[in-house]
Each structure stands twice: as C-alpha cells, then as structure tokens.
Ligand binder design. Structure first.
Ligand SMILES: Cc1cc2nc3c(=O)[nH]c(=O)nc-3n(C[C@H](O)[C@H](O)[C@H](O)COP(=O)(O)OP(=O)(O)OC[C@H]3O[C@@H](n4cnc5c(N)ncnc54)[C@H](O)[C@@H]3O)c2cc1C
Length: 547
C-alpha cells in the first residue's frame, strides 16, 4: 500500500526570516539622517551595532524575553520579604548588550555633563535600531540615561553616582548601587489618584536625622529592579524629587515593597510594578518644593526616546513588510511588484523617512542646546509636538505593516504582533497625547518670542514646499485663538508635519517635497497608499528604505 503524500509540509512562497542584516546600513534614510545631523563619523560604529542587533541571535533574545515575562518574588519560603523581580536571562542579555554600547549613558561625560558633538544623534541611532528588536528592556535604559539630567540638580549626588552610571557594564546583581559595576535608575511619579496631575501626589517625605523617610504608594513604577528611583513626594516645602535606592546607606534593604506587577497589553519583557514605600530612605534631588522642575529635566529626555522608539517600531514594520512582499507571490507576481501594494509600501516608506529625519533633527537640537539658544527653543517647543505626532502614528502604521504580511503578520511567532501591542505605550506614558499638546501651548505662552522665532525658522526652511506657507499661517493663527486648548491638536499636528518637512529638506529635498505635497498640501486620503505618487518616486522610496 502506498503511503499518502502530505504535500502541505512542503513550505514555499513564504519569506525567509528577516535576520542577519545590518540594521544601520540597510536603512538609507537613517544613514543619511545621521550624517545630516552631524553623526557621519560614527557610521562604522553604527554599522557594527546594526549588524549585531540585526542578528538572528538578538532576534531570538527579543522573542524569548517577551515570552518569559518577569515574575515578582514578594516573599521567600520563610515569609521574609524579598521584593525581587526575576527576569529571563534573555532580558539580562539585552540589557548587557545595550549597556555595552552606551545606550544608557553615552550622551554624558564621566562627570555627567552633556557629551557634546553628535552624541545625541549617534546614541539615538542605536536606540532606534535596538527598538526594532526589543523595546521592553529599553525602559530602564532610557530612564537611566535621562536620570542624569535630574541628578544634575544635586551635584554632590551626581558626583557620587556618576562613576557607576558611566560604566558600560550591566550588573544585574541585587546589591547596594555603590558596590556594583554599573547601575540603572527608574522613576516613580504616578499614583492611583493622579498621573498627569502629579501635584495630586500624596506620598509623604519626612525629614529625619539621616535623610528623609518616604511613605506612600506609586501606581506605576517600571523596571523595579533598578538600583535607585527618582520619586516625587510631598515634603514640608511641597512636591520634591528624591533619590531612593533599593538599599539604604547602611546596606540594609530599603522599605520598597512591591504589591504586584501590571498585566500589560505589550511591553511584556519589562516589569511595571505597583509599589508601596513603608518609610523608605531617600535623599533630595534639587530644592525642596521644586520636584516638578527637577524631574521634568529627566522627562524631557524620556519623551525624546519615546519618539525615537516609536519611529524604530515603524521602521521595523516597514522593513518586515518590504522583505515579505518581495518574496511572496500573488497572482504570478511578487506582492512588492503589484501597483497597489507599491503605493502602500512607498507611502509608508515616506512616513518613516519623515519620522526618522524629524527624530534626528530633534536630537541635533538636544546636542546643540547647551550652546545655542535657538536650538534650545526648538527643543522645548518641538519635543512635545514630536512625541505627540510620532508616537500616535505608530499603532495604525504597524497595523498596516502587519496587513502587508497578511495572516502571517497577525501571529505571535512573527515580530509584528509584538510591535503592534507595544506601540501605544509610547503615546500613553511620559505624558499622554493631550498633555503633550498642552505642553506645546505652555512653551508658547512662556517663551512666546522664542516660539515665534522657531516657527519663522521652520517657515524659512520649508519655503516653496507645497502647503508650507499655509501651514505656518494656520499654526500661528490657531495658537493665537482664545480657545487655544480646544483646538490645540489641530495646530500641534500641523506643527509636527511642518517640522518633519523642514527636517527632510536637510536629508533629502525630494522627499521633503513629496512629504509636504502629500501631508501639508493635503492630497492624501486617510489610509496609507491612498495617495498619487509617480512611479519614479515610488521606486526611489522603496530602494532607499531597503535596497
Ligand atoms: C506600561 C506603563 C508603565 C509606566 N511606568 C511608569 C513609571 O515607571 N513611572 C511613572 O511615574 N509612571 C509610569 N507610568 C504611568 C504613566 O506615565 C501615566 O499612566 C501617564 O502619565 C498618564 O497618567 P494617568 O494614567 O494617571 O492618566 P490621567 O492623568 O488620568 O490622564 C488620562 C487621559 O486624560 C488626558 N488628560 C490629562 N489632563 C488633561 C487635560 N488637562 N486636558 C485634556 N486631557 C487631559 C491624558 O492625556 C490622558 O489621555 C506607566 C504607564 C504605563 C502604561
């Protein structure tokens, strides 16, 4: 009797894994944006980083770290408190690789001053690449590097911690920070009754002979195995920022008690805790009563990273979509050669090209801020606008990328389902959408002249681009309206689109024109691909995105 032939086991017309690629060099818009904003000299270093993070081994670590989520060990078998979170080794390996490349500290000197040059741009390229592989571990990475900006308000503390922050070692041991080869920092602001409105914080700080004792709760405190946290608490003079280590100065376990870990939509490799401080030891960072002013220095940087990571997620979605459609045939033609699919892919490529140009332009402003007031004004006005636009664009973009892979995009073995679940968080945390719009309004009202100068400069840079002049007029007029808050989203989105067009003029003038024509002059319907690009532009965009 002949055996039945199970022909379905022969797999064909599927794409090979998108692995073992150089995630830097295969991304021309990234290479050119890095060069345009001062980072050309780092091309070799970034290519090495790109190859490493584009390897099959790193992809496997990303998958494994998300499949094996962190576990809270509140007590030991004898009932003693442990308050430890255990992570899969893959998570620790991701942390070690990021730390080794300085993603958590390379924008600072060993003394905690801005590193200067193109440090922000180069580090952002690494953050962008790493976020294409695994974003959960980047939470403590971003908080650690951003914490230095807040610690700068307390120079003696900065001087003590910086030697441990500045190393490129990742040390996961649960031990006092001053004994470790490297340290990570997190932050605790949000409470049950208020996240945006941190003035509603009820956590109390009482001065004692040896520092302060903090009592209260935090409703979201991510990366709970960080070595220390910057937390907000009410002291005598008002809301104050504190440095709260996992171990008190005498080496005993600090009274930081985790209630449980959040069960989250995405961001699953990263732990986010609910925590109580039961008289935890802490020391102030900056002046008492100036907690918001202190911690906002940190938050400004984490907002920048939210935009970079969201751009990275979109880039990954695009790269996977391009790769798959170039291998998959439908109706005797590769999907990537079907005219309608080409419209979708090239329009998505244009979106990513604008997003990375804009993110790098912002990082350039961060690089220049210490020496250039105009760049500092750009940074303050545009950071919330860019976070708003880039992060909010990511979920629908990733949905479209997933759809390019058809059913294969929707399953958990691929990376796009994970990216999709991850993508909303960057818009929600570190200041949600409306809050970013209100921040733009605040920057406008506090520094009206500087903000007008930024808008004028954007107008100059985009002169002649389709719809740019109208956009400048619209933004100015809308922001001046008495009911500014109600219409803020209208103006902030246009501000981001204008800034993206301006950023693109420095990277690729042709794509600045295309972006302005389709986004500012509004020849674009709602969905990706609902746009009329000529074939030479479509071809150019797709070749740049993935040669
Ligand atoms: C996965 C995850 C991890 C987190 N990790 C941390 C962490 O480590 N540390 C930490 O401190 N926090 C953390 N957070 C908390 C996060 O920063 C807050 O959830 C966020 O700031 C929003 O605060 P909220 O949840 O209290 O929402 P609310 O403040 O209640 O806001 C709800 C909505 O109202 C909008 N809104 C607020 N004010 C206004 C207004 N005046 N006008 C119009 N609309 C308004 C907001 O934009 C938002 O959309 C985390 C959150 C998540 C999801």
């Amino acid at each position: 009797m002949t055996k039945p032939n199970f022909a379905t086991h022969e797999v064909f017309n599927q794409s090979p894994p998108f692995e073992n690629v150089d995630l830097f060099s295969c991304d021309r818009p990234l290479v050119e944006a890095v060069a345009a904003f001062g980072g050309a000299e780092a091309a070799k270093e970034l290519s090495e980083f790109g190859k490493h993070w584009g390897s099959a081994a790193m992809a496997a670590r990303g998958r494994t770290a998300n499949e094996n989520t962190p576990k809270l060990r509140t007590f030991d078998s004898r009932g003693n408190r442990r308050d430890e979170v255990e992570f899969h080794p893959a998570y620790h390996e991701l942390m070690a690789h990021s730390a080794h490349a300085g993603v958590h500290n390379s924008t600072w000197t060993a003394q905690g001053k801005p590193a200067g040059g193109a440090a922000e741009v180069v580090r952002a390229a690494k953050f962008y690449i790493a976020s294409q592989v695994e974003t959960g571990h980047l939470c403590p990475i971003t908080m650690t590097r951003a914490s230095v900006a807040a610690l700068a308000s307390q120079p003696d503390l900065l001087a003590k911690t910086m030697p441990v922050i500045a190393t490129r070692s990742y040390d996961p041991s649960f031990a006092p920070w001053w004994t470790k080869r490297g340290m990570t920092l997190g932050m605790g602001m949000t409470e049950k009754q208020g996240g945006t409105d941190v003035r509603a914080n009820m956590t109390r700080a009482e001065r004692t002979a040896d520092g302060y004792r903090i009592t209260g709760h935090k409703w979201f405190m991510s990366a709970p195995m960080c070595d220390a946290f910057l937390v907000l608490a009410q002291a005598e003079q008002g809301l104050t920022c504190f440095f709260m280590p996992r171990f008190a100065p005498d080496g005993t376990l600090n009274a930081i008690q985790f209630q449980r870990l959040k069960d989250k939509l995405g961001n699953r490799s990263n732990a986010s805790s609910e925590v109580e401080f039961a008289g935890a030891w802490a020391t102030p960072v900056g002046d008492e009563g100036k907690g918001i002013r202190t911690i906002i220095q940190m938050v400004q940087l984490t907002r920048q990273d939210c935009a970079i990571a969201s751009a990275g997620l979109m880039r990954s979605g695009l790269a996977h979509a391009l790769h798959h459609t170039r291998h998959r045939s439908v109706f005797q033609k590769h999907l990537a050669d079907q005219p309608l699919m080409r419209s979708v892919l090239s329009d998505m490529a244009l979106h990513v090209e604008a997003s990375i140009a804009l993110a790098m332009r912002l990082c350039h402003a961060f690089d220049r801020t210490p020496d250039d007031p105009a760049e500092a004004a750009y940074m303050r006005l545009l950071t919330p606008a860019i976070k708003y636009w880039v992060c909010k664009c990511a979920p629908p973009f990733l949905f479209e990328a997933m759809e390019c892979l058809g059913g294969n995009g929707y399953v958990e073995e691929g990376i796009l389902a994970r990216h999709y679940r991850e993508s909303p968080v960057n818009a929600i945390w570190e200041g949600s959408g409306n809050v970013m719009c209100l921040d733009v309004l605040r920057a406008l009202s506090r520094e009206a002249d500087a903000a007008v100068a930024v808008l004028q400069a954007l107008g100059e840079e985009t002169r002649g681009l389709p719809g740019a002049g109208e956009a400048v007029g619209f933004i100015g007029k809308t922001f001046r309206r008495a009911e500014g808050e109600r219409v803020a989203r209208l103006a902030v989105e246009r501000l981001a689109l204008l800034a993206a067009s301006a950023a693109l003029t420095r990277v690729s003038p042709r794509h600045a024109e295309l972006f302005a024509a389709t986004r500012l002059a509004q020849t674009h319907a709602g969905m990706y691909g609902a746009v009329d690009l000529i074939e030479s532009d479509t071809h150019g965009l797709l070749e740049r995105a993935l040669p």
